[in-house]
Design a binder for this molecule. Structure first.
Ligand code: HEM
Length: 206
């Protein structure tokens, strides 16, 4: 289970989360020593994983939907191989990210949020992890006869072209659409917290 950072106090001895709640203050608005501020933020490795995954998922989604429209040809094949190679980086990083999620120290709870909002956020985050797994696994397994990883090494895949790889492509399409929807929901939630609740949620991941 991930460990949670404990609640800290500000210089006046008042619990900071309570002060932020009553005064609708973000963590940045209250005085905190540097070590205390670190407890309101995700650790460096979590932030690294988050932004690498975000960049790759956004790029591969845009490229994947573009590829589906441009049909065959040399440009398609080049972009398709590039897309598979970039997505393969996530296949390597994904298990490390999951392990790290279970052992890291969690930052303190976000101010101005209720227990059900935190449960909802945790549920959506878990669903995003499960969907990323489905996208990566189906993407890898549906490619018949392997592919080249950035032209450096040949990656072997288990199934020849047939009904199974076709079904896996269906799973890939469905999980990609679900992931795109979840990412949109996630971004909207961040915007809502940042602009309406004003709890400086974005700074926790920067
Ligand atoms: C970050 C994870 C990934 C995302 C977000 C993603 C996204 C997408 C999207 C949006 C499509 C278009 C689906 C459609 O036509 O409706 C697609 C197609 C495809 N994906 Fe993925 N994908 C990912 C991982 C992978 C992996 C790991 C592989 C294989 C190693 C792969 C191989 C393919 C292939 C072969 C296609 C068919 C289009 C083409 O000819 O390249 N994908 N992907």
């Amino acid at each position: 289970m991930p460990r949670a950072a404990t609640q800290g106090c500000d210089h006046a001895g008042e619990p900071r989360a309570a002060a932020a709640q009553t005064g609708r203050l973000g963590a940045r608005d209250t005085y905190q020593p540097k070590r205390e501020r670190a407890l309101d933020r995700y650790d460096g490795l979590t932030r690294f994983f988050h932004w690498v995954f975000a960049a790759v998922i956004i790029y591969t989604s845009v490229a994947g939907y573009t590829l589906a429209r441009i049909g065959g040809g040399a440009v398609h094949d080049f972009l398709s191989r590039l897309n598979m190679s970039i997505a393969t980086v996530l296949i390597v990083l994904f298990p490390l990210r999951v392990i790290w999620k279970f052992v890291r120290v969690e930052p303190r709870a976000l101010p101005n949020t209720s227990a059900w909002q935190r449960s909802l956020a945790n549920g959506v985050h878990s669903l995003i992890y499960a969907t990323i797994f489905a996208v990566l696994a189906s993407g890898f397994l549906m490619v018949p006869n392997g592919y080249s990883f950035f032209g450096l090494i040949e990656i072997h895949t288990p199934f020849p072209k047939g009904a199974l790889t076709d079904e896996l492509f269906t799973v890939h399409r469905a999980s990609c659409a679900l992931l795109a929807g979840l990412v949109a929901l996630h971004v909207l939630a961040v915007i809502k917290h940042q602009l309406i609740a004003r709890n400086d949620v974005l700074r926790r991941m920067l």
